[in-house]
Design a protein. Sequence first.
Length: 394
Amino acid sequence: MSLKLIITEYKNRIFSMLTKDQREIRLELYDAEEKAPLDSVYVARVRDIQSNIGAAFVEISPKEVCYFSLKENPDPIFLNPKNTAKVCQGDRLLVQLKKTASKSKYGMVSSKITLAGKYLALTREQAGSVGVSRKIKDRGRCEALKALLMPYVNGDHGFIVRTDAGGAENEDILSEVQKLKTEYEEIIQTAKSRSAFTVVRKAEAPLLKDIRSYRLTGEDEIVTDAPEIYEELSSCALEAPVRLYEDDLLPLIKLYDMERRLEMALRPRVWLKSGGYLVIEPTEALTVIDVNTGRYDGKQDREQTFLKTNLEACDEIARQLILRNLSGIVIVDFINLTEPSDINVVERRMRGLLADDPVKAVFIEFTKLGLMEITRKKIKKPLCEAVEAIYGGD
């Protein structure tokens, strides 16, 4: 099943839609003028310390303040002379942007610098060790990769082996090791002579970064009606072919009904093929998803109908988490099942679907009230906030 990525310009943003079998599976809105791409590395200045919450607030630019957890960053990279390991007001730190700012929260930065390649990620978080993607199922290959890379780790950084390394040649992996280590060392050396607010390493544009994460192949296609985007993507040696769409009478956004699909992706109610439906309600603290039987008429076996609807709901919930970029705590109120074995079937289905999410998503438990609790890592704004930024003048 081939994928198609459609990219166009929309209300001073870049609007992309990834489809599979003509159904949208990813919708993204990008700020074309974004000054702080995720994963960029900065020389930051500590504005103040908030000991009561174990955090420092640091400035990566004169107008952009970010949250820096003192507990999660026990080994900061200081760029000014120090006679103490304690983070103090006015310190210059080398940090990486890990989460972008949202409507109600600061962006988050970390001293755990991570540089990602095709096969590996070099990271201070994995200092002295090698971690391997859980998606590489061959245990023998996992151990061989660890043995291959252990000579290259040290007390300052280590590696996380990415999925693509499972089938890669060892010499290609080691070539990337050297590339990442050289880049890391250059960042550290460059930062030492830079002033606060310097961007030491500007990360890849979010659009291009997402395209690479989609793992498009030669059987897939990228289509855009924006000549500048076409030129940029054509020069990036992507696996999928890039095509420039040229028809002024019927622009891409109309041809693929992109505005309507965006509007549908923000509606609270999502219908299921069985006649049931979901109600999705994001709040400040969490997202609540209610599963309903909808058009069930009571003529069929209740337990089997409810199980079927819940399993269909699992599939759609997993899709909606990605489509809407929902994150944080997600509570799902499934239709009540009486058989423990049926509840286990629902749990297994959801666990399997979450394992395939490109963002870390975890099944926590069924609570005593029968509610499913899920957490999904927050990296960037949910789709609803990205849309609000367009109309709210952010």
